[in-house]
Design a protein around this ligand. Structure first.
Ligand SMILES: [Zn+2]
Ligand SMILES: [Zn+2]
Ligand SMILES: [Zn+2]
Length: 355
């Protein structure tokens, strides 16, 4: 864009609403000619003796601009046309353009698909529209972090008071407040310095992993359970360094026994309802050292639905088969109440043939 181009200030005047601000005085021919050359018609002199109302030849909308700008600029850009273009780009990016950010001329506010309002730069939205960037909604992130914390008996209070972007401030069920690295809490790896409850002493978790190996274009889901934070599972699964693992879901279970029983039941159910989604062992034998519970990505929503049910059941009954207190209960000083094995034979058999 040449330096002498000028963006007209936003104004949504109609020809009739201009009546109240029309100024006396003649419109000089040179203004009219210059405006026309830049694809605008002069409608009237408005507001004060310096300004003109211009109608855009493209969209017909009216903008107000100083006549000196009309004369001096090589190019006049209609803000209404620019906004229309931004609306289109936003639509292609899956969002709704709401309004420009008057404090940052390169940004605007958008309605994200999740329903939250976000502020983003135009360039970023254009990259989104091209599929080169993805929106990470800050409000959704906070909601996700709150859910992650609740799962392990903590509540998210806010940002880190020491301003470390990787940390947040949390409150444990016992009332103790503590800074914890967000990644650690997401994996359930957090000791409370107030009551001494340790993540290692906590019961068990059912987890859902998304495993991708781009080099061989493989994509699987893994359902499993563990009494240890799932963070260790990259090692336990024997995945190569170039494999990507994302934890899609972690459901805290009152006991390892419950986790084992429910996870087995879920697997059996999938075997009967979605046999096509069960990946045959040879397809991943060289990638990881498990022998079962590897599913096709197509069954992802079904797995989430099953985990929803499990989560609801646990929330409703607490400890369905055991008298041990749930990990969410305050002051729960479970030390060695869960003899559930850290590694399950069926889950993590000794290493299989690896290529
Ligand atoms: Zn226009
Ligand atoms: Zn959101
Ligand atoms: Zn505590």
């Amino acid at each position: 864009m040449p330096k002498t181009s000028h963006r007209l200030t936003p104004a949504s005047y109609s020809a009739t609403s201009l009546q109240g601000i029309i100024q006396p005085g003649i419109v000089l021919d040179c203004w009219t000619a210059n405006a026309r050359a830049k694809r605008f018609d002069v409608v009237a002199r408005v507001q004060d003796r310096f300004r003109l109302a211009l109608r855009c030849h493209v969209c017909g909308a009216i903008s107000i601009v100083r006549y000196s700008v009309v004369m001096a600029s090589q190019k006049l850009l209609c803000r209404h046309c620019l906004d229309a273009a931004q609306r289109k780009t936003a639509e292609a990016a899956g969002m709704t353009f709401l309004r420009r950010d008057l404090d940052h001329h390169k940004s605007a506010f958008y309605l994200a698909p999740c329903g939250h309002e976000v502020r983003r730069q135009f360039g970023f939205v254009a990259r989104m529209a091209q599929g080169e960037a993805a929106l990470r909604c800050e409000s959704c992130l906070v909601i996700r972090e709150e859910a992650e914390a609740t799962r392990f008996g903590w509540s998210r209070l806010g940002r880190d008071p020491h301003n470390n972007a990787n940390y947040r401030l949390y409150r444990h069920a016992c009332g103790h407040e503590q800074r914890i690295a967000r990644a650690n809490l997401a994996w359930g790896q957090c000791d409370c310095a107030g009551c001494g409850q340790s993540w290692a002493a906590k019961p068990s978790f059912i987890y859902l992993l998304d495993i991708r190996h781009q080099a061989s274009e493989r994509h699987f889901l893994k359902l499993g359970y563990s009494a240890r934070p799932v963070k260790r599972h990259r090692h336990q699964l024997g995945l190569p360094q170039n494999a990507q693992v994302e934890v899609l879901r972690v459901v805290a279970m009152p006991t390892g026994h419950d986790a084992c029983r429910i996870e087995k039941a879920a697997h059996a159910q999938l075997q009967s309802t979605h046999p096509e989604a069960i990946v045959p062992h040879p397809e991943y034998a060289d990638l990881m050292n498990v022998v079962s519970e590897i599913y096709r990505p197509s069954v992802r929503s079904e797995l989430h639905r099953m985990l929803d049910e499990i989560e609801a059941q646990v929330a409703l009954t607490g400890a369905p088969t055991h008298p041990e207190p749930s990990p969410q209960q305050p002051g729960n000083r479970v030390s060695n109440a869960h003899p559930a094995p850290r590694r399950r034979g069926h889950l993590l058999k000794p290493r299989h043939r690896r290529v």
